[in-house]
Every structure is written in C-alpha cells, then in structure tokens.
Design a protein around this ligand. Structure first.
Ligand code: ZN
Ligand code: FE
Length: 255
C-alpha cells in the first residue's frame, strides 16, 4: 500500500502533516481541528494516531476536537502543560503506526521548548519547531547549549531524510541567511525556487536534510566560515559552536 504525506494548511503559516494510505491517517501537530477534519472527510480517512512535537497551542489545539471524533492514540512529550489524554514518549522510544506499517523513533530536542521532541524513520523527519528550512525555532525555553546539542543530533541523521517542518518560514529564513552570506549562489538559487513556489501558493516543504546540512546557517554553527561571519556581525569573538549559535540566534531574533 503506498503512503502519502501531505501538508494541511493551518493558521497563517502552519502545516499539519498527514501521513496516510488512502484508508487510515496519522496527523502531526494538529494545531487546529477544522482543516484536519475537512481533509480526513474529503479523503475518506480514519484517524488512528496523532503525533505531537511540543506543547505550543499552534501544535496541539486541534487535538481535543479530533479526539471527540476519532478513537485515536496521541503521542506527545511528557509535559504537564499537555493536558489531553496521551502516551508520553521519550528519547529512543519507538512508535509503531501499525495501520501504515511505519515505525518512528523519538528524539528529544530541547531548545525551542524544553520538552520538544522530533520523530523520524529512515525516510522522514518530523521536527516541529526545532528545525526549519534555512532556519531554526526561536529559543523560548532552552539554552544555547541544549539547542546546539539538539541540532547536532539532527545533523547526525542520514542525509537522505525528507524534513517536515511545521512552519512555512523558508523565505524569511532565506532573507536572514543571505544577510550572512549574500553571495552564496546555492542560497540565491534556492531563494528563486522558493519565491516561485510561494507565488503559486505551493509549500516550500518538505526539504532534504542534506540540503539543510550544507546550506542552513543554523546547522553550520561549527564551521569556521559561519563563525567568522557571526563574529563580525555580532562584533564579538566567537570561541565555540555554542557561542556561534547563541549570537546567530540573537541576530535572527532582531533581524
Ligand atoms: Zn512552537
Ligand atoms: Fe509553532
């Protein structure tokens, strides 16, 4: 049975990812119920599971209404701020989505929030607000050390993974990335491509992990070239990967 992964638009710029086989479906981070319910009904899908990456409202607010309609299992990080019925999951837990024949592994990625988790197998990475195309999430709760460790974990995953982020932030991330490296041809080319897609109201996601490893400045905190650029922009000396990340994140916050 072939599997499909589709984005369902929610709010201004969120995607609720749905994995389905034309019969049953799994949703990732349903921040709103109506668009998800519409999709399920229109495609005649039965919801079996929901995966939650973190407790922010734009990732969980649809869950209660979905639970009222479907007897499904919700997987989420252990966090007292998540109050609906769910199976708490932690580092290296395996989630068996048996109807789809899919198994996903849990990776803890504190930084955006303290209990943020990602889900992956050998093909896909659902990374919530930890990693975006050409950017990363805001550091609301974690420390730069934690965020760097988390991004480092994602960098260890295979190049060929398709990355399913929760927000369509690619163009604004590219503007910042290009402010650091204005002459980087691959970035300029990607900006053209994404601008075209967005003009056609197409998502820029998923993205390829290899592509992010080689171009996303927030995954390159350990490279001398990015460290040099950040030290110039932030007018400070950079002594470590963590330093580099912390200053880059701050520059992006005020960009
Ligand atoms: Zn968030
Ligand atoms: Fe979010």
């Amino acid at each position: 049975m072939s599997l499909h992964i589709k984005p369902i638009s929610a709010f201004e710029d969120n995607y609720i990812w749905v994995i389905h086989n034309n019969k049953t479906a799994v949703l990732v981070d349903p921040g709103e119920a109506p668009p998800a319910l519409n999709f399920l009904k229109k495609n005649n899908l039965k919801l079996t599971d929901i995966l939650i990456t973190h407790h922010h409202y734009d990732h969980i607010n649809g869950v209660e209404d979905l639970l009222a309609m479907y007897a499904c299992t919700v997987y989420a990080p252990k966090d007292h701020r998540i109050t609906f019925n769910h199976e708490p999951v932690k580092e290296n837990d395996l989630i068996n989505l048996s109807d789809l024949g899919v198994e996903l592994k849990v990776t803890e990625t504190p930084g955006h929030t303290l209990s943020h988790i990602c889900y992956h197998n050998s093909d896909w990475l659902f990374c919530g607000d930890t990693l975006f195309s050409m950017g990363c999430g805001r550091m609301f709760e974690g420390t730069p050390e934690q965020f760097v460790d988390s991004l480092h974990k994602l960098k260890q995953l295979p190049d060929g993974l398709m990355v399913y982020c929760t927000h369509e932030y690619t163009l604004s991330n590219l503007a910042f990335a290009l402010s650091l490296e204005p002459k980087y041809q691959a970035l300029l080319k990607y900006q053209d491509k994404v601008a075209n897609l967005r003009q056609l109201q197409q998502p820029s996601l998923p993205t390829l992990l290899q592509f992010e490893k080689s171009m996303n400045p927030f995954l390159r905190f350990d490279t001398p070239s990015i460290q040099k650029i950040i030290s110039e922009k932030a007018q400070t000396t950079i002594n470590s990967d963590v330093d580099c990340f912390a200053h880059m994140r701050r520059l992006k916050d005020i960009f």
